[in-house]
Design a protein around this ligand. Sequence first.
Ligand SMILES: Cc1cc2nc3c(=O)[nH]c(=O)nc-3n(C[C@H](O)[C@H](O)[C@H](O)COP(=O)(O)OP(=O)(O)OC[C@H]3O[C@@H](n4cnc5c(N)ncnc54)[C@H](O)[C@@H]3O)c2cc1C
Length: 390
Amino acid sequence: MPAKGVLLVEMAGVVVAGGGVIGTAIAWRAAVAGLDVVLVDPADGQAASLVAAGMLAPVSEALFGEGALLRLNLLALRRFGSFAAELEEATGHQVGLRREGTLAVAYDPGDYAALIRLTAFRRSAGLDAEELDSQACRKLEPFLAPDVRGGVLFADDWSVDNRRYAAALGEAAGSAKVRSVRDRVLEVRVRDGRARGVRLAGGGDIDAARVVVAAGCWSGTVGGVPDALRAVIRPVKGQLLRLRHPAGVPPVIGHTIRAIVRGTDVYLVPRADGELIVGATSEERGPDQTVTAGAVHDLLHDAMSVLPVTSELILAETCAGLRPGTPDNGPVLGRCGPDGLLLVAGHYRNGILMSPVTADAAVALLAGQVPAPEWEPFTPARFTAEAGSR
Ligand SMILES: Cc1cc2nc3c(=O)[nH]c(=O)nc-3n(C[C@H](O)[C@H](O)[C@H](O)COP(=O)(O)OP(=O)(O)OC[C@H]3O[C@@H](n4cnc5c(N)ncnc54)[C@H](O)[C@@H]3O)c2cc1C
């Protein structure tokens, strides 16, 4: 990649601002579709995509009042397998896709009641869920604590190693001739009501007829994004741990385990290479990315309550990332502001899962086509119309 501030690219068909999984997936697919793409990112290691747990979990993520988001997440899971296969084919690298499902467990009677209420809601939405007593849970996952009250198997959830996946996307984009610029987009340049490219923080402009702003929780900081949308995307902090067995052997669990422990959610996601992810907090603290002692303590405490053997593992990494949240927890994808500008952000807690369908939808818009109907509720207009009617 070129050093920051040295502009080697002056013209492109499409400029994508943001090189997390969303921007990189769009850049790759747009280049495969024949567009001349430049991807701009300061690459300073802040991307949520590298912190995430990699759950592809529309079923165990389904919450009351999020029906449209559930339909989009289900579409996203249906697309993920073929997208990942194409990515692995393009790069020769495995992305660590696992199809074992999620075992949701409850620690005490109150937790169990909450889990059963959520399960009834998920079943009413047509989702598959198998209730299991404590013994059946331990038959599936023998290392679970005996005091686990009971659980539910959501067999249709998957997971992916999001770091391998992000790296493969970057490599595929490079192979498809996407040009990378290591810089920050300051603003979208506009003339005669049309996007004309971008201005970079390091100095210089890139001319382009189309600009995609896909900068995660920082999307609202890019000048030229309409004011009504800039405040819509906010950072939601998540702290997460990466554990490893001292002997480097695979984790003792096969499924993703999501637990409610005295009213608090914790999840454990196994990786084939021996890593065990423990996450995550959800905090409204603006752009703060510090790791706190309290969060590490709470995550480990809750993880050990349901999987005591966790205490034997090495604490390999602690990290914090910023989910791009929106007021209705749904992404924002569509045209806004000047002609030629697309905003693609706000994927909140499902951006890894949604990256393939997001790329499909963005490339459809760039080609003048209509994205899949599941995207209809998620246009920028839902926020600008509201703002206009006040
Ligand atoms: C703790 C945690 C756990 C999560 N777990 C999951 C999970 O299990 N499953 C799941 O699907 N999702 C999960 N997520 C959510 C997921 O990580 C995000 O939704 C997703 O990564 C968003 O991708 P993105 O590309 O939009 O943003 P990011 O990955 O944040 O990337 C944005 C990029 O934009 C760049 N940028 C910023 N400003 C500019 C600018 N002005 N110009 C150019 N570039 C810029 C940044 O450098 C960054 O690289 C989790 C998130 C967190 C924090």
